[in-house]
Design a protein around this ligand. Sequence first.
Ligand code: URA
Length: 211
Amino acid sequence: MSFCNPSKNCLKCQRLVDFRTENRKKFPSYYNGPVESFGDLNAEVLIVGLAPGLNGANQTNRPFTNDYAGDVLYPGLKKFGFAKGEYKKRKDDGFELLNVRVTNAVRCVPPQNKVTGEEIKNCRAFLIEEIKSMPHLKIILTLGAVAHNAVLGALGYKLSTFKFAHGAVHYLKNENLILINSYHTSRYNINTGVLTFEMFDDVIKKTKDLL
Ligand code: URA
């Protein structure tokens, strides 16, 4: 465990602890704990997602791994040189991130994929620690409005200071950081056409160009 990652039996959110207890009985082979961040702390880019999926990151203990959202995220990163190896939906697939770290606003799987404001607040200390522990951090890419707001909260901004919009680039002068927004790479967003693979590619390309 590092300060960036909660302990396996973190007790900060009762609802998530109850769900974890249930899942440990139902799915004993799953990780069923706060999912650890993926990638090097020396990376210049931090990608912040929402929360692990039940049969995805909650099973594999790697963000977005075996989640549909990872099928969009990881090939997209690889296409622009932010990853190498083959993404095979397992923590031990040898897939490596290059200059990118990936984490979630809430580290534990929530029931029905929905997190509460209180859970985001409870998990904020880990996001703060994550950001502080990345000495070369230049860009934070948030997937979805919930992650965007969680990052603003972690940095102490009012939510109205920087409005979420797909493709938006916000300059956080005090922190010397750039915040980039994308719609979340969820199955729902892809199936409804809210986000296309091309739209996501454009955001990754923008990230690369801004480095
Ligand atoms: N899996 C994750 O780890 N995070 C998300 O935001 C979605 C799926």
